[in-house]
Design a protein around this ligand. Sequence first.
Ligand code: SF4
Length: 277
Amino acid sequence: MAKIKEIKAKTIIVKSNLPEGEYVINPYVGCQHACIYCYARFMKRFSGHEEPWGKFVDVKINAPDLIPEITNKFKDKWITIGSVCDPYQPIERKYKLTRKILEKLILLQPHLDLMTKSDLVVRDIDLFKQFKDRVVAVSLSILNERLRKQLEPFSSSVKARIGALKKLRNAGIRTTLFISPIFPYITDWKSIIEKTKYFVDEFWFENLNLYPSIKENIYGFLKKNKPELVEKYKKIYSTKSDYWNIEEERIKEFCKQNKINYKIYFHHKNPSSGNFA
Ligand code: SF4
């Protein structure tokens, strides 16, 4: 169980340092999904929390009130909801902050960008439809449910996320599936594409980055589940391996052959992409 605390934020729409974002909104500090590879755990330092990542959430209860009702400042600018938390983590069912924020943003008509590992996202289909430009992405790293539970313990199941993509698409929302992070020799991105391509408009790909803060988690996961891969990972991450360059070429080739729209975020500053629609 995560420790939940209600807080009041001073600002809510902040300038982004994401490669493709202009502004970000984080309704929550912390994320109950508790993914073992989450890079956002640095937020522990900033927020002064001592609990493990995934075991605390600060709820910015005044977040919707901080969004202006009249301004052109954000019109046609990208606003990402949830850069260091999942906007549809379980506590959102109770507080509905993401929903209330969306309701306010409709008036400002920014380009909307959000990503989640939760099927709760379908609750807000009625609101997504009211944005002229929007990217609603679901992320998935793996199809194996047993391993998913270890990597992302409190996220929605693989089946539920795939179901959410179908519902979004059936409702006329353009869908993006972010295959991230790709675990070398574990993430079967071809099977993920095959399983979802009929209701996904674009696939994005991101490699697993072994940040120092998650290294121990990842090697712990490998030792428990795939001990034979430990040495292979060490090679990929500790030498001048060209593993990711080769993987990138394989993805491009596959997408071109199968007319799959893609963006590859292996090199964050210059994502490579292909559009076949
Ligand atoms: S859902 Fe995203 S923000 Fe939440 S723990 Fe997982 S990776 Fe981190």
